[in-house]
Ligand binder design. Sequence first.
Ligand code: XYL
Length: 437
Amino acid sequence: MGLWDVDKIEYVGRTKGPQEGLAFHYYDADRVVAGKKMKDWLRFGVAWWHTFNQELVDPFGTGTAHRPYYKYSDPMDQALAKVDYAFELFTKLGVEYFCFHDRDIAPEGDTLRETNANLDKVVDKIEENMKATGVKLLWNTSSLFTNPRFVSGAATSPFADIYAYAAGQLKKSLEIGKRLGAENYVFWGGREGYENLWNTEMKRETDHIAKFFHMCADYAKEIGFDAQFLIEPKPKEPTLHQYDFDAATAIEFLRSHDLTDVFKLNLEGNHANLAGHTYQHEIRVARENGFLGSLDANQGDKLIGWDMDEFPTDLYETVAVMWEVLQAGSIGPHGGLNFDAKPRRTSFYAEDLFRSHVAGMDSYAAGLLVADKMNRDGFIQDLMAERYSSYDSGIGATIENGTATLASLEEYAIDKPQSELIAATKSDHLESVKATI
Ligand code: XYL
């Protein structure tokens, strides 16, 4: 059985109906869909912080999680033991990637030097396990928001000592990414925002973080770390307002600070909802602007206004996400679906960690299958082509090719009766299509 009291999870298909035990009903890793294996479309990743560190606390109660490695009371012993548990979980799930923050994997010492020494010991063990299992690092990142020193931000902190500390911490994190062959490197601005504009120089802070990103890009180049850099937007929580509010805001920031060559975006479903968007909207914005990098697969709850980090089970949403991914050809150049998700506080057994990943993996596999069917069917493409067809020739073509002027458009429109204008707008009947997918 191994360390976890769970067998390797197998694909059993749908013929038998829901299984009592743990099994995949849709995720069939090697099945070819739209020219690629399912596992290569989806590139699932396990998030170290939620899966191994989350004790399932909420603001009203302490942790409920039962985890076998809690028997190690020394933090370093526990950190090293978790590596064994982690790699066994990855291989039993058949997940080929994982993601972590520097502070997820090793405890902090009193100084950065001491912390780095702790990190080195755990990274040695992670590296050995990666070699032995073939599991790869989708991305690593740095927690510049957990420790109290970052209470007012890190690269946007009003305090230079904190900025310098964050830069030192980041340098080490890039070195770890290089050593472990990370395919991407994520920057989520956990406290890079403000609580109150009356004490905040917004432009100065965002210029500081742009400089920070340039330093990171320069150092990555210097050490030959060629991971794709990713910004992860989130509008609020923990700060009142976060600078990387949503995909459009982050893209505008990259464009105005000469960072478009270096960064793409890592988009998360629950963050999209907090910004008042659907996940599909955020992915569409990134895709159409050339910034789709990677995805954090989770979902929120329509009735709750904060970041729930639920495992994704909303099939409409997984279809929409995989539709966008099929149009893009892949999840960015090196992206994947990282489960930035945790079981609910009531699902506290170790087995629930497996069960919730299986639910998320099956939901995305089903989403891929439906999106592929829709894509082959061509109904949506035909509907779109028809809807915009008036721009393919005539007056519409002059708008798109730049030869139209206000005067030429006025001349075209000036004598058109209302009845003709109404007739030119056709019914979309899209809601009935949605009901049938
Ligand atoms: C929290 C964020 C983080 C990032 C990584 O809302 O989703 O977990 O994914 O720092």
